[in-house]
Structures are given as structure tokens and as C-alpha cells.
Design a protein around this ligand. Structure first.
Ligand code: N01
Length: 883
């Protein structure tokens, strides 16, 4: 009975002497084989325990018709040995399951790995022996294993999910699982066959089964995106890149986001015309490469619902173009999840298969399966007589195979299944606190299934085995993640997941496919290259987050969280560091202005707004330029007077262009960015007085500017936040204008430099302490600095307009912003505060690159709308082009 294949087998107690090794490995697939090779080379005694009777892992079990890899085979290969790469030539762009299995057998033989493997042996339980500092693994076949280190190389998709449909046992015909396909093959000729499930396994097998069966009925619950593989010989373009510089090609893959060497796409969807987008899409479609389509169209396709909807729409068109029956085409069109949020598939003739007369699609959303009967499948509406049912219903992914060894008992008798009852908790997806000396290869919390597995497996194994060697050399015998590090990793995982769209789909990535399973995005979504750099950083910071002990050495525990920045902030700061820019303050004031102008030219334009008008307004000593951003929605709109950042020295009315556009769109308000005069040419109090004069003029000319009648609002970032805050005080003291609210983003509020944030964030977060000193020196003499027109914290705060104050954790200005918000509140001013965790001074104005800034800007826009009496819901739902 097929269920036997998916149910855990009873384990037999093992008597006798345990086999003693340094390292026990579970699994002999891609990961297990490379582990054995590295461990043996490093001089560790080792054994691998493998349930199957041969090597291959997932490629041993998944023998269904049409099974192939869907990452190009030249990328889906080991890269650790250039000799191996020369010795093995793939025959196709996407190799078949038998060829991949032969490759893994070839690797096992070439490196003489079979001698380390006990086949037909399932690990039934694992227990940490506190006194001996060793793991004891019991098995269902032969001696138990006692080991210092225990490594799970069990794969992410190896524990099949039960069918969850009543009546399977009653069916009189044949039942197969794609994930446990008989080795001898199945003759489907002339038979009435059902396939349940349209994930990758279903989509690969359905066209092949349709060719053999008398009739095929496909039972689809959720349509999936499938792209044509265009399989054939290995493509020359990729091959010549590889052959031209093999080492460079492999290295690029290791540092890429997906483990396949494609560059980071920088153009965002709204910078491209419809024709340009279509051209990119058609090229990608013709390339027949999943990673290409997932990463190379436009930069926002995987992180922004609008950028993503454009891709979905183009794929929908393709489905309609192939599938002749419109109802069937519609049923096959995925509409419930963003493209890529659920694992898309690579197909050969999948959609065209539904044009065959012997194929029927049953849409289970319209007629759910009631039961499986002796003769077939019954839905809410009809019955299907069948000879064969094929379940392509997927896996208990990521955690299933690990928890299948049960119990895994760590310190204090705790079982891993209990510890993970609310979802997997890991450090790096590699280790678990309180489970010393246990490692998982591509475990939950690592890039794993969101990456080219071959690259991720090699990275994990190299990291683990290098650590084991280092531990041995230093005399340590245990290694264990700390709770702090593990909690920090969970936070970082959650931060990464908010950037991508994976959270918007019910998939096996989130555990949603298994009834009752705890849900959450399980793979690390931050990318292969960033993950690698984090692993390396942990080593360079003295095994941060690990406790190491040994009999003859002092315990070492360098506790902490490896990533406290938001993931995109970390990437941006890393890129800025790599650029090795000179300190801005070393360039001189004019040099710094010129530098910033050049820098801004390289940034993509912000999103379109209804209208942009450049003009001038009369200031105190002559005209001041301004730039007005008008929403595309029908007006009139309230006006926000905006002051740009730049330490009173840098920038102009256009330099915060992406931020102004974004806020204009989100708030549904006019933004007027004012070009106040700059230091050192115009020192204190020019900027403050210009800001006030501009606000008064704008308030007096609201109608002329097309604004809604009523008071204006003010907003500003950094020194601009300072000017906005000062303007509110001056307006109160000088008889107007009336200001409805103030948005202060990372504002300068005080001349004191002794708050902790100045020391904590003195260097490394772009706005440095020395840069702030320089700004202050250029703008304001020490004797003037306590004047409320530059240190508004020292002014009278009663009677000011309501405020929304944003501060960022990694910003020297953080504490003075918090102090200002607290002082406003104490003075009776309605004030809301956003202390942005993991952000730096530029997080919210780098609209195009810091995606995690979106939620903060949403809150800023809501606050502005509340101040203006517009209600706090987002103003403009960003339009998705209708089909
Ligand atoms: O499994 P899946 P898979 N009643 O979970 C449906 C990798 N892989 O084996 O979406 C009715 O994706 C389920 O419906 P829904 C690859 O990473 C790679 O196909 O839950 N239907 C879904 O349609 C892939 O993503 C290759 O509503 C039920 C399907 O069954 C992963 O493995 C090849 C059901 C399961 O799809 C898993 O793929 C194959 C029920 N009770 C796999 N339960 C390569 O090409 C489930 N379904 C390398």
C-alpha cells in the first residue's frame, strides 16, 4: 500500500556495540556525498546512514516520468573539484533524473564514498549524551552509531506528504506517488489515469502521462505558474561563459542572490516602457530559464506587488495563447499569489497538453474532491472512473525529513519536535540552541530551496567542515548556538521575509501545505551571497553566537546577534563601504555638493506623480527655487512644505526627489520642496529663516499652487527636519501661518553631542559623527548653537502642531530625535513616534533601494493625512494594470 511509503516505519531497537565515528551523516544525496568527501579528506572518521539502497537522495526517489532538474545542469553541479567538472559532461540543458542519478553514482565512485555508507538504514532516534558529549543514533538496521558530531543531510523535499483525501485505501486500482515512483517504471498505456496536484512534479509528469494514458484527468486545486524549459543541448551562451572563466563563473554564482551567476537587476518596472518590458519578458520566456525569469526582468518584480503583477499579467497572456478552451485557460491561470511567491515550475508542453482530446482538467476550487472510492474519484459534482491515481501532492518540506528522526533529544531531554512545535528555530539554518554538535545542511533558516541547491550545499558543507577542523585544532569538543544568536536570526529572517512576496502565498515554503503545520516563511530569503557573507562574518567575529567548550580549554562564547541592520540597509552599507568613498567632509563644501550631485544622477528616478512643477518663490533676500509634486488623483490636495536633508550644506529642492514623489503618492498631498540657502555661503540662521519665509509664502498662495484651502503642513529630513521643527516654532511665535502638522524624519534637534547614539553610531552608518561635526561647524558658530532656531529642543514647545517624529536605530541623531518627541509630548503636543529598528539615517529617503523603508513611509503618509483631516488610510492604492 502506498501509504506505507509515506508513513514512518517502526524502528527496531538496536543491541550490541555502537559504531564509533567522529561524524555521522544522515543521507547520501547531493549533500551527504560531498560531506563524506570533505570529512574523509579532513581525517574525520565518518559514516553515512541512508534509507535507500543506493546514493542519490531526492534523485533516487523521484523517478516519475518527466523528472528533470529545473536549474540548468551546468549550474546544478558540484564545483569543488575542477577535475570532476572536466570528467563529467552533461548531455542536456536540463538533465533527466536518470542522468543526474548516474552523475551522483559517478561522484560516489570517483571519490570512493560508498565505503562510508550504510545503505538501507534508517535513523530512528538521536540522543545527546551530556556526559560523553556525543550523539547516539539508533537505526532500524544494524548497530547504533556513537558520534561527536551529527549532521543531517536529509534534504528539504524528501518527506512526502500524506494524501489527506478520504478513501485512498478503498481504491481498487493502482496508486502511485511521484515522490516514490517504482524503479521498474509503470505501464500506463490504455489506462484511465488521474493526477492529483499541479506543483513541479505534476507539471513535469502530466505531459508525459498524457502521451501514454488512454485518458488523463488532472485534479488541480491551485494553478501554478509554469514557464517553458526549451530543453535541448546545453546553451552556448552559458557554456561559453563557463568555459571562458570557470573559476570566475563559479565564484559569481557563490556571491549571487540565487546561486546562479546572473547580475543583480537594477532597472525598476516603472522606468521601463510597456514595449521595453515586453521585450525583456519575451527574451526571458525564450531563454527557458526559471532563474532568468525570476530575477532578470526588473528589479522590483520579486519585492513589489505592482512590479510583480506586470510579470503575472504577461504570463497569463501566454497561457491564454496556448490553451484553446477559454474556460480551461482561465482555470489554469494563477491569480491567488504573486509570481515567484509560490515555487514556479519549468515545463515541457504543459499548457499545450490541455488541448489534447484525452486530457480533462478538474478545477477543485469549483468541485472539491469528496472522496476516493473503489472505482475512482468523486467530486462535489461528478464521479470519475479510474484505473490509476497518481499523487503529486508534495512534501512536508524543510522540517519533515529532520523531524522524521524522532525523537532528536538535545540537552535537558528536550526533543527537537517539541522545540519546533511553533515552527523551526535555528541559527543560520545550520544549528539549534540546546542541540550541541548537531548540524543541518540547507536546513530551515538557510537559503536552501530559494537557491541553486548545489551551491548552497557546498557553502554549508565547507563552512561546517572548516569549523570542525578549527574546533579540533583549538581543542574544542562542543559547539552550540546561543539563544541570543538564534533569536536574532529569527528576527533577521522575519525582516528579510517582509522584503519579498513569499509571505503572500500559501505554499510549502511557509508550511501552509501541511494541515496543522506551524506557518512562517522557512527558507532564508536574504539571498545566497549575503548569507555567505554573514557566515563568514560569524567566523571573523570569533564564532559570534556560538558557545565552544573543550576538556582542556577555556569556554569561549562570543554572544550576540550577527545582523541587527535591516537586510537591505546592510547591503547598501556594504556597497557603500566597497566603493571606498572619501569622507564627505574631506571634499570641501563645494566639492561635497558636486559629489552629491553626481551621486544622485546615478540614482533611478522616483515613481511618476501627477505633475511636477519647478518654480521660484520670494524669500527674505531674493527668490528661492522650489519643486512642486502634485498627486495624480483629483485635487485640490493639502500642501506639505518639505525641507530636504544635507546638513544645511548639501542638496537642493530636487535632491530628495524619490522621497517627495513617494510621499506625494502615498499621502495624496502636494509636496513643495523648498530650495533654502546653504552654508557655508549662508550661515545660521539663513536656512531657518528661509524655511519660515517659504512656508509663509506657500501658505498665502495655497490656491495659486492648486492646493486645498486650509493650513499647510511641514516636513523635513535631517537638517530639513530641523528646519521644519524650527518653522513650527517661528510660525507659532510670529503670528502664523497656521500649520496643521509636522513630520520630522531623523531631525537635528539639539547641539549636544553627548547622547549615546552619537557614540554608538559614530562611524559606519554613512552619517558619521565627524560629518555631523563638520555640518555644524559650517552652519553655525558655537555661540549660536543653543538658539532654538537651530536647537529647537531648547525652545518653547507648548502650542506646537501635532508631530510625527521618526528616528532610526543606527543614526547619530537618534537620541536627539527621541528627546524632541518626548519633550513635545511633555509639553502637551500630540506626538507619535516611530523608532525604526535596524534602519540608518538614509533608510527612508533611499526609496529605490531600501525596501524595508516602505512600512515607515506608509505610517508617515498616514500621519500626514490624519493631520490634514483626511483619515489615515493609505491615499493611493497603487494601480495594477487591468487585463
Ligand atoms: O509538490 P508541490 P511537488 N488535494 O507541493 C496539490 C521541487 N521539485 O512535488 O497548491 C488536492 O509543489 C497542491 O495544491 P495546492 C520543487 O521545489 C523540483 O510538485 O496546495 N491537491 C499542489 O498543486 C517543488 O516546488 C523539481 O493547492 C493537493 C500539489 O499538490 C517541490 O519540489 C521537480 C492536495 C503539490 O505541489 C515540490 O513539488 C519536482 C490535496 N489533498 C519537484 N494536497 C525539479 O524540476 C496537495 N495538493 C527540479
Amino acid at each position: 500500500m502506498p501509504e506505507a511509503m509515506v508513513a514512518a516505519r517502526a524502528s527496531e531497537a538496536t543491541n550490541g556495540t555502537a559504531q564509533q565515528v567522529d561524524v555521522a551523516v544522515v543521507g547520501a544525496g547531493f549533500a551527504g556525498l560531498y560531506l563524506l568527501h570533505r570529512l574523509a579528506k579532513a581525517g574525520f572518521t565518518t559514516v553515512a546512514l541512508e534509507e535507500a539502497d543506493d546514493v542519490g537522495g531526492t534523485w533516487y526517489w523521484n523517478r516519475y516520468p518527466g523528472a528533470r532538474c529545473d536549474i540548468q545542469t551546468i549550474d546544478y553541479s558540484y564545483t569543488f573539484d575542477p577535475e570532476l567538472e572536466r570528467a563529467w559532461q552533461w548531455s542536456e540543458k536540463y538533465a533527466t533524473q536518470p542522468e543526474i542519478l548516474r552523475y551522483l553514482g559517478f561522484v560516489a565512485d570517483r571519490y570512493d564514498l560508498r565505503r562510508h555508507i550504510r545503505f538501507g538504514t534508517k535513523v530512528s532516534a538521536a540522543t545527546w549524551d551530556e556526559a560523553a558529549e556525543r550523539w547516539l543514533l539508533t537505526t532500524d538496521n544494524g548497530a547504533a552509531v556513537s558520534c561527536r558530531y551529527y549532521i543531517m543531510a536529509t534534504g528539504c523535499l524528501s518527506s512526502p506528504k500524506p494524501p489527506e483525501i478520504d478513501g485512498v485505501k478503498d481504491f481498487n486500482g493502482e496508486v502511485y506517488f511521484t515522490s516514490r515512483w517504482p524503479h521498474e517504471g509503470v505501464d500506463l498505456a490504455g489506462k484511465r489515469v488521474a493526477v492529483i496536484g499541479t506543483g513541479s512534479s505534476g507539471i513535469q509528469s502530466i505531459p508525459m502521462i498524457a502521451e501514454q494514458a488512454a485518458h488523463l484527468t488532472v485534479f488541480q486545486r491551485t494553478p501554478n505558474f509554469a514557464l517553458p524549459a526549451h530543453n535541448g543541448p546545453r546553451p552556448n551562451d552559458r557554456l561559453s561563459l563557463l568555459d571562458g572563466d570557470r573559476a570566475g563563473y563559479r565564484e559569481q554564482a557563490r556571491w549571487s542572490m540565487t546561486g546562479v551567476p546572473y547580475p543583480q537587476q537594477t532597472a525598476v518596472s516603472w522606468q521601463l516602457s510597456d514595449a521595453e518590458r515586453r521585450e525583456r519578458f519575451e527574451q526571458a520566456w525564450a531563454a527557458g530559464d526559471l532563474v532568468h525569469v525570476l530575477t532578470q526582468l526588473w528589479a522590483d518584480q520579486g519585492v513589489d506587488v505592482d512590479g510583480n503583477a506586470l510579470v503575472s499579467k504577461l504570463i497569463h497572456e501566454k497561457i491564454r495563447a496556448v490553451v484553446k478552451d477559454p474556460d480551461t485557460a482561465e482555470a489554469l491561470t494563477p491569480r491567488d499569489h504573486p509570481f515567484g511567491a509560490k515555487r514556479p515550475c519549468l515545463d515541457t508542453n504543459y499548457y499545450a497538453t490541455y488541448n489534447r482530446p484525452n486530457v480533462t482538467l478538474v478545477n477543485l476550487r469549483q468541485e472539491p474532491i469528496k472522496e476516493i472510492t473503489t472505482s475512482g474519484i468523486t467530486t462535489d459534482k461528478r464521479s470519475f472512473d479510474l484505473d490509476v491515481i497518481v499523487f503529486a501532492t508534495g512534501f512536508d518540506a524543510m522540517t519533515g525529513a529532520i523531524k522524521a528522526v524522532h525523537p532528536i533529544t538535545g540537552r535537558h531531554g528536550k526533543s527537537l519536535s517539541d522545540v519546533w512545535s511553533h515552527g523551526p528555530q535555528t541559527y543560520l539554518g545550520l544549528t539549534v540552541a540546546e542541540f550541541p554538535n548537531l548540524f543541518m545542511i540547507t536546513g530551515p533558516g538557510s537559503p536552501s530551496v530559494l537557491s541553486n541547491m548545489a551551491v548552497s550545499i557546498e557553502q554549508h558543507i565547507d563552512w561546517v567542515v572548516d569549523r570542525l577542523i578549527a574546533l579540533r585544532e583549538a581543542g574544542f569538543t562542543t559547539i552550540e548556538a546561543t539563544e541570543t544568536a538564534q533569536a536574532g536570526w529569527a528576527q533577521h529572517m522575519a525582516d528579510c521575509a517582509t522584503v519579498t512576496l513569499h509571505r503572500l502565498a500559501n505554499t510549502w515554503y511557509t508550511g501552509a501545505n501541511v494541515p496543522g503545520k506551524a506557518q512562517g516563511v522557512m527558507p532564508y530569503t536574504g539571498g545566497v551571497g549575503p548569507y555567505r557573507s554573514i557566515c563568514n562574518e560569524i567566523v571573523s567575529r570569533g564564532m559570534l553566537g556560538f558557545r565552544l567548550t573543550g576538556p582542556d580549554v577555556a569556554e569561549q562564547c562570543n554572544d550576540g546577534e550577527v545582523v541587527r541592520l535591516q537586510p537591505d540597509v546592510r547591503l547598501v552599507l556594504g556597497m557603500l563601504a566597497d566603493m571606498n568613498l572619501p569622507p564627505i567632509e574631506s571634499l570641501g563644501a563645494q566639492g561635497a555638493r558636486d559629489f552629491l550631485d553626481e551621486f544622485n544622477k546615478g540614482r533611478p528616478a522616483g515613481r511618476p506623480v501627477g505633475e511636477i512643477v519647478d518654480g521660484t518663490l520670494p524669500g527674505n533676500d531674493g527668490p528661492l527655487p522650489y519643486r512642486l509634486y502634485r498627486p495624480a488623483t483629483p485635487g485640490p490636495h493639502p500642501i506639505v512644505v518639505y525641507f530636504h536633508g544635507g546638513g544645511w550644506v548639501l542638496g537642493d529642492e530636487q535632491s530628495d526627489d524619490p522621497f517627495c514623489r513617494d510621499m506625494c503618492r502615498r499621502s495624496g498631498m502636494i509636496f513643495v520642496s523648498v530650495g533654502y540657502r546653504h552654508a557655508p555661503w549662508h550661515r545660521f540662521p539663513t536656512a531657518a529663516e528661509d524655511g519660515f519665509a517659504a512656508t509663509r509664502w506657500i501658505a498665502e498662495h495655497v490656491a495659486e499652487l492648486g492646493g486645498a484651502p486650509g493650513p499647510v503642513l511641514v516636513a523635513g529630513w535631517s537638517a530639513g527636519g530641523n528646519i521644519a521643527a524650527v518653522t513650527c516654532q517661528l510660525a507659532r511665535d510670529r503670528g502664523g501661518p497656521e500649520i496643521a502638522g509636522q513630520l520630522l524624519l531623523n531631525p537635528v534637534t539639539d547641539c549636544a553631542f553627548d547622547r549615546p547614539s552619537y557614540a554608538d553610531n559614530a562611524t559606519g552608518y554613512f552619517l558619521t559623527r565627524s560629518l555631523m561635526y563638520w555640518f555644524w561647524d559650517l552652519y553655525c558658530s558655537p555661540g549660536d548653537r543653543t538658539d532654538p532656531r537651530v536647537s529647537p529642543l531648547r525652545g518653547k514647545l507648548e502650542g506646537l502642531p501635532p508631530a510625527f517624529v521618526v528616528t532610526s536605530e543606527f543614526d547619530p541623531l537618534r537620541d536627539e530625535g527621541i528627546a524632541y518627541a518626548e519633550a513635545l509630548a511633555a509639553a502637551g503636543v500630540p506626538v507619535e513616534q516611530l523608532n525604526a529598528r535596524g534602519h540608518f539615517h538614509c533608510s527612508f529617503t533611499m526609496v529605490d533601494v531600501i525596501i524595508t523603508g516602505v512600512s515607515g513611509r506608509v505610517r508617515m503618509a498616514e500621519a500626514l493625512r490624519r493631520f490634514a483631516g483626511l483619515g489615515d488610510e493609505a491615499a493611493v492604492p497603487i494601480a495594477v494594470a487591468a487585463e
